[in-house]
Design a protein. Structure first.
Length: 202
C-alpha cells in the first residue's frame, strides 16, 4: 500500500524551463550560446551534484559568454529561482494528498542554494522531508540517491510513489524499488488517474 508520495521539483512543482527563460531574455544568437555553454551544459548538472559553484562556472566560461550579458548571466547562475515560478495547481494537489494522510517528500536534482530559496515555493511548507542532490554529491537516476532517500527518512520503497517529469528518473526509481509516474505532460488529471489506478486516494 502506498503511504508516501515523493515529488521531483523542476517541471513538477516549479516551471523549470531554461529554453523559455533564456530565449525570452536574450537575442537568439546569445541565447543559443548560453544554453550550450551553461544551462544545457555539464556544468549545470555538476552544480546540481554539488561539485562546482556559480563563481567557478562563470570563471570557467568567461571567454564563452558575450561580455555585454556576463553580469546578467552571472546573476542567473547564482539564482535561477526567479525564472522558475511555482505551479499553483500542483500546490493544491499536494495539499489534497497531505490532507488524505500521505507522507510528502522531495527528491530533486538541485544545487545547494535550494536551502536559501525553498521559502519561495509555497508547496514545500507541506513536505515532511527533502533530499537535494548537491547535499549527497549524487544525481538522479543514480540508484544511490534513491537509497539515500529511503535511509534518511526510514521509508519502505514499496510504500512510496515517485513523480518526476523525466522518464529516466522514474525508471531509476523503479530500479530502486519505488513505483512512479512520468509527469512529462504537466496534466494533474492524467497524474491523478494514474495514481488512483495504484490505489492512491486523490
Amino acid at each position: 500500500m502506498i503511504k508516501n508520495i515523493v515529488f521531483d521539483m523542476g517541471g513538477v512543482l516549479i516551471d523549470y524551463n531554461p529554453e523559455k527563460a533564456i530565449y525570452a531574455l536574450f537575442e537568439k544568437e546569445t541565447a543559443d550560446i548560453l544554453l550550450k555553454e551553461i544551462f544545457r551544459n555539464k556544468v549545470w548538472a555538476d552544480k546540481d551534484r554539488g561539485i562546482i559553484f556559480p563563481d567557478e562556472i562563470m570563471a570557467l566560461k568567461k571567454d564563452k559568454i558575450p561580455p555585454e550579458v556576463f553580469g546578467k548571466v552571472s546573476e542567473m547562475v547564482e539564482n535561477f529561482y526567479p525564472y522558475m515560478p511555482p505551479f499553483e495547481k500542483m500546490h493544491e494537489f499536494v495539499k489534497e494528498l497531505k490532507a488524505n494522510g500521505y507522507g510528502i517528500y522531495l527528491l530533486s536534482n538541485a544545487s545547494s542554494d535550494f536551502h536559501e530559496r525553498r521559502k519561495d515555493i509555497p508547496a514545500l511548507a507541506l513536505f515532511d522531508g527533502v533530499l537535494i542532490s548537491a547535499d549527497y554529491k549524487l544525481l538522479k537516476p543514480e540508484k544511490e540517491i534513491y537509497l539515500e532517500l529511503y535511509k534518511k527518512f526510514s521509508l519502505n520503497p514499496e510504500e512510496c510513489y515517485f513523480i518526476d517529469d523525466m522518464q529516466k528518473n522514474v525508471d531509476g526509481a523503479k530500479a530502486a524499488g519505488m513505483d512512479g509516474h512520468c509527469y512529462y505532460h504537466g496534466d494533474v488529471e492524467i497524474l491523478r488517474k494514474a495514481m488512483r489506478e495504484k490505489g492512491i486516494k486523490c
